[in-house]
Design a protein around this ligand. Structure first.
Ligand SMILES: [Cu+2]
Length: 135
């Protein structure tokens, strides 16, 4: 009788605590879930690194970049829209490089082994253009 009395007392103390912690876990997962959803459709997280270009918000970012001979540029598609990284100007590809279709988080790299000015564009969206100056 004495022990069950103690157990009952402990339970009445612990019960509200356990309810609160369960509610807290549910609440936190809801908040985290909402934050995850709010970053789509276009993930704007992070900034491009030194030799990195983001394809973001239907544009190459940064659109112009100056690098040294031998440097490799890495493009990452941050949009949910499919894009390409194609050398040349809209309608007339130069044939130097072409990523093909890049989906969300798709990555393309190209090493520039010659000095010069290299224009590129997206084959799907002709408004998307960029320039790499290699010196
Ligand atoms: Cu595009």
């Amino acid at each position: 009788m004495y022990i069950t009395g103690i157990l009952k007392k402990t339970w009445t103390l612990l019960y509200p605590l356990s309810v609160i912690s369960i509610l807290l876990v549910i609440f936190m997962s809801l908040i985290l879930g909402c934050n995850k959803n709010s970053t789509s459709p276009n993930d704007t997280g992070g900034i491009p690194g030194t030799n990195e270009i983001f394809i973001q918000g239907m544009a190459f970012s940064p659109a112009t970049k100056t690098i040294s001979v031998g440097n490799t540029i890495k493009w990452t598609n941050k949009d949910n829209t499919t894009h390409t990284v194609t050398s040349g100007t809209p309608g007339s590809p130069s044939g130097l490089f072409d990523s093909g279709n890049l989906g969300n988080n798709g990555v393309f790299s190209f090493t520039f082994s010659q000095a010069g000015t290299f224009k590129y564009y997206c084959k799907i969206h002709s408004s998307m253009t960029g320039t790499i100056t290699v010196q």
